[in-house]
Design a protein around this ligand. Structure first.
Ligand code: GDP
Length: 431
């Protein structure tokens, strides 16, 4: 339900800044503006410079003011924006004046929640707003913008439309079994069902590229002790993340650092030296390292030619020979680097960036970006598979209906109350 409250929040970042944008939404917006600006509300969508005053006529700030009548606004409601001076006292003073006028501070994500409830965007677009605000890299930004443009929602809506059409055909087959329905109806239904199953299966079978780009990749650096794993991480991160020490077994636990490779956020995990050990704490480090390497999107296996390779097999492995400055030979297919002199690091970076892009790039329709969508689509596909197998028209109708509901949950067209709280709580205040 959309509440009748008029809400406000600073929509720009927290802390001292030149300007802070205070956003207002709800039925009291115009009255609040009139009160703050001594009746001089600017023309709709025209900025006006005003002295803002509280109820005691004390000046709060000199600010640019925008009055945005609904419904053509972000939230779909009457809205306003105040471009205040960015100091804390100014924001607090205006907030107190707004509360005195009957407004209340917004909850996290409440503006976007209202936009969704007022039909200004579907749930997939609302999620894209969150992803866009959280985007750290260019590739993430592009993905979020595509989703915000409605491309992904469009795919899901088109599937819902097809399902609705199939349901209508199925109902006709149930209601008029003996009438002269064109014989093609049954065949057409079966072929639409097949093509929809194929499309959803292909969308699901994307190696989680979109989700990985959203969440970031994990690259684990493994290898025997003392080959220079920590030195390499420090060189790649261009800062001291890991402790480098000449005594083997210093990295006791997994150390992580986040860097950007090929436009994709990547968490580099420095694992403890993989070796047999009597030391209990070190053994725990080794155990965690192996677990992390197993889950990683890429394992960067570091060694030096004088040390035997570990006997682990990973599907996604990049072999790096460190300490090239010592003049050891490098086998074919491995990258020679020196964390000490920096030799070969550019080539290694390029290689890692190509791997990061390879794991996240997609062509064609926008990719799946969230586990929530994946779960709903898996359920829809299950239902469609059941529908394809059953010969009982009533059962098939029910399966189609359940598939439609599962897809409708993604865009927020059915039964979403429970997910709204979870979703919008992740937002910042003012969005
Ligand atoms: P880790 O146990 O695999 O994390 O190895 P460290 O990064 O702690 O390095 C072990 C030792 O090797 C340290 O004394 C480093 O200074 C040294 N080292 C690291 N990289 C290189 C390199 O490229 N060349 C040479 N000569 N020494 C290196």
């Amino acid at each position: 339900m959309v509440s009748d409250d008029t809400i406000f929040a600073i929509a720009s970042g927290a802390g001292r800044a030149a300007i802070a944008v205070m956003r207002l939404s709800g039925p009291l917006c115009r009255d609040a503006l009139a009160a703050l600006c001594a009746g001089r509300v600017p023309e709709p969508r025209h900025a006006g410079l005003r002295r803002l005053r509280d109820a005691d006529d004390a000046v709060l700030d000199q600010a640019m003011v925008l009055w945005l009548p609904g419904p053509g606004t972000y939230t779909g409601e009457a809205s306003a924006e105040l471009y205040l001076h960015g100091g804390r006292a100014v924001g607090d003073g205006v907030s107190m004046a707004l509360v005195a006028l009957g407004l209340r501070p917004a909850e996290p994500g409440e503006f976007t929640r209202r936009a969704f409830l007022n039909g200004r965007m579907d749930l997939v677009e609302a999620e894209a707003v969150h992803d866009l605000i959280s985007a750290e890299t260019e590739a993430q930004r592009r993905q979020a913008l595509r989703q915000l443009d409605g491309e992904l929602g469009c795919v899901y809506r088109e599937w819902s439309d097809r399902l609705r059409f199939m349901l209508a055909q199925q109902e006709a087959l149930i209601d008029f079994p003996d009438e002269d329905l064109p014989p093609a109806v049954e065949a057409e239904l079966a072929s639409t069902l097949d093509s929809l199953r194929t499309a959803i299966a292909a969308h699901l079978n994307d190696a989680r590229r979109g989700e990985k780009l959203r969440e970031g990749l994990v690259f684990a650096i493994t290898g025997p002790p003392n080959v220079g794993k920590s030195s390499l991480i420090n060189a790649l991160a261009e800062r001291d993340v890991a402790i480098v020490s000449p005594s083997p077994g210093t990295t006791r636990d997994a150390l992580e650092t986040r860097i950007v490779l090929g436009g994709v956020p990547v968490t580099l995990v420095d694992t403890a030296g993989l070796r047999e050990t009597e030391d209990e704490i070190e053994a725990e480090g080794v155990r965690r390292a192996l677990a992390r390497a197993e889950d990683a999107d890429l394992v960067i296996e570091v060694t030096v030619s004088s040390v035997a390779m570990t006997k682990l097999e990973y599907s996604n492995r990049l072999l790096v020979f460190n300490k090239s400055d010592l003049g050891h030979p490098t086998p074919q297919g491995a990258i020679a680097v020196s964390a000490l002199t920096g030799a070969g690091l550019d080539e290694l970076r390029d290689c890692l960036a190509a791997a990061a892009r390879g794991l996240t790039e997609t062509s064609g329709p926008p990719p799946l970006t969230r586990a929530r969508h994946r779960a709903a689509l898996l359920e829809a596909l299950d239902r469609l598979n059941a529908a394809a197998e059953t010969t009982l028209p009533e059962l098939r109708g029910e399966d189609l209906r359940l598939a439609l509901r599962a897809i409708g949950r993604i865009t927020g067209h059915v039964g979403v109350e429970q997910i709204l709280d979870t979703l919008f709580r992740q937002f910042c205040i003012g969005k």
